[in-house]
Design a protein around this ligand. Structure first.
Ligand code: ADQ
Length: 469
């Protein structure tokens, strides 16, 4: 069987700091077991422009990384990836802070990564590249003569063509996508928007099965929702229910219902509106005052980007206003924390919560929604309140689906969840669980890699055909 190579911006090297090994990361790691390679940025900034590849082996997987220089980090990561592409792909044109220099840095880092990766590749490796940081990596590899099967998965949304045209050099990025044999999206909607942009901006008409054919290449686009390891998360939640953290939380509630939100501190996650909605719940449905506590865990993220700093200030202020207005000497309505909490404690908290609040303004998928569902106890399940603009909403219609731009709607959904009968909660949750336990991280990886393996080989085609620049 061909070796699988995963490429992502950050690499989860066991035992080192870096991305937290969530369910999806573990599933990707499992896809590599035996003899696989995981390649990307180390997360370290090196003083010189040294791009030596460093390798670590663990469990039959080779982790290979390079460092970035401070300038590369600023232009590629803080700049183009997170101050242009991230807001654009989350429908926030007004937040884009575009600089030509950042765009150059983005292409340069992708070229550097391609040059470092090419020396690690074997001729029949299947290479699976992840997310918006690395869109042009496949085209850069093709320029270096790589003819392996190359797949790409976009974890964030794709936007309608009328928004994508706002991206300087958007056409170049779209054309770069055609270097991949398989291009994956979280939902049918994202895939449709991508195909529409390709049609309008490149004049390439997809066929009915999502194939894009040009004189140079044949690429297949697919929708393939990311999932979680639902069994493992459910087991963790069930065990954590008895942990000291969960017991401390429960005793602090003194019988009150718990509403919980767990997110990265990111403007796409809709936190200010969620806070406003909670304030409205207490104002418009005063019967819930003193009877519900809302715990928001928001992990700090991308603190080098100025929008994230102002979001933090806004949330501090809103949390202060709500607590100043409604708190009693023995009840703090909103508990807002940015310190990290372990995954197992989060799982235990989810199991005990009456409401899971997942209200992003836009989200590729949102795995927290699936984790909340997996953690529930059949005998007394909570209610998921889910944004219609999270990719997860396509598969989770039994949640209370809300418009995250309308705090009144969120607050009404919270009220409904608090008064909902046990029977209705069980009925909704059983149907959600059936899907979360089927559409898992493992199924997501298996489907993508099967389709990638089935893609026509480019081995017999000329290298120049793939020079898409
Ligand atoms: P993210 O935007 O990071 O990922 P999400 O799917 O919500 O978003 O979370 C990923 C993981 O991080 C989950 O396992 C979650 O439990 C964990 N997490 C989030 N906040 C946390 C916190 N405060 N403390 C601890 N853990 C936390 C991108 C896309 C998403 C897409 C994923 C996977 O933006 O839309 O669902 O990739 O494809």
């Amino acid at each position: 069987m061909a070796r699988v190579v995963i490429v992502s911006n950050r690499v989860p090297i066991p035992g080192q700091r870096g991305p937290r090994p969530g369910g999806l990361t573990v599933a990707l790691g499992n896809a590599l077991k035996g003899d696989g390679l995981w390649f990307g940025w180390s997360g370290d900034i090196s003083a010189s422009a040294d791009t030596t590849v460093r390798r670590t082996e663990s469990n039959g997987i080779t982790y290979a990384t390079i460092d970035l220089s401070q300038e590369d980090y600023n232009r590629f990561y803080v700049g183009f990836a997170n101050s242009t592409l991230w807001p654009l792909l989350h429908f926030r044109l007004g937040l884009i802070d575009f600089k030509r220099d950042d765009l150059d840095g983005y292409f340069l880092v992708n070229r550097t990564l391609a040059a470092a990766l090419v020396g690690e590749l074997r001729p029949d490796d299947q290479v699976w590249i992840h997310d918006y940081h690395l869109i042009p990596l496949g085209a850069e590899l093709r320029k270096l003569g790589v003819r392996n099967r190359l797949g790409f998965f976009l974890h964030v949304p794709f936007v309608p063509a009328s928004l994508f045209v706002a991206l300087p050099q958007g056409q170049t990025l779209l054309r770069a996508c055609l270097a991949y044999d398989v291009i994956g999206f979280q939902t049918d909607e994202h895939q449709r928007d991508f195909l529409d942009a390709v049609k309008q901006m490149l004049g390439v008409e997809p066929n009915q099965n999502g194939f894009l054919e040009t004189a140079d290449c044949l690429s297949r686009s697919i929708a393939n929702p990311a999932g979680i390891d639902a069994r493992a998360f459910a087991a963790m939640a069930s065990k954590a229910e008895r942990s000291s953290d969960t017991r401390r939380l429960i005793s602090s509630l003194v019988g009150r219902a718990l509403a919980i939100g767990v997110d990265r501190l990111d403007y796409s996650k809709g936190l200010p509106n969620r806070f406003t909605a909670f304030g409205k719940l207490l104002q418009d449905f005063p019967e819930h005052q003193q009877n519900v506590s809302y715990l928001q865990i928001a992990a700090k993220s991308r603190e080098d980007v100025s929008e994230y700093q102002s979001l933090r200030r806004e949330l501090d202020r809103k949390a202060g206003n709500i607590n100043g207005r409604y708190a009693e000497f023995d009840w703090v309505p909103l508990r807002y924390m940015t310190r990290p909490v372990s995954r197992s404690s989060i799982a235990g908290f989810f199991r005990k919560a009456r409401i899971g609040l997942v209200t992003p303004l836009r989200d590729g998928m949102n795995l927290v929604a699936k984790e909340f569902v997996a953690a529930q106890d059949h005998n007394d399940p909570g209610v998921l309140i889910l944004s219609r603009f999270a990719g997860a909403a396509e598969e989770m219609e039994e949640a209370l689906i809300v418009n995250p731009y309308d705090p009144d709607e969120i607050s009404y959904a919270m009220h409904q969840a608090l008064i909902m009968s046990g029977e209705e909660r069980q009925d909704r949750m059983e149907r959600l669980r059936a899907r979360v336990f089927t559409s898992t991280a493992e199924a997501y990886c298996r489907r993508f890699l099967t389709l990638l393996a089935a893609a026509p080989s480019r081995l017999n085609q000329s290298a120049s055909k793939h020079n898409l620049a």
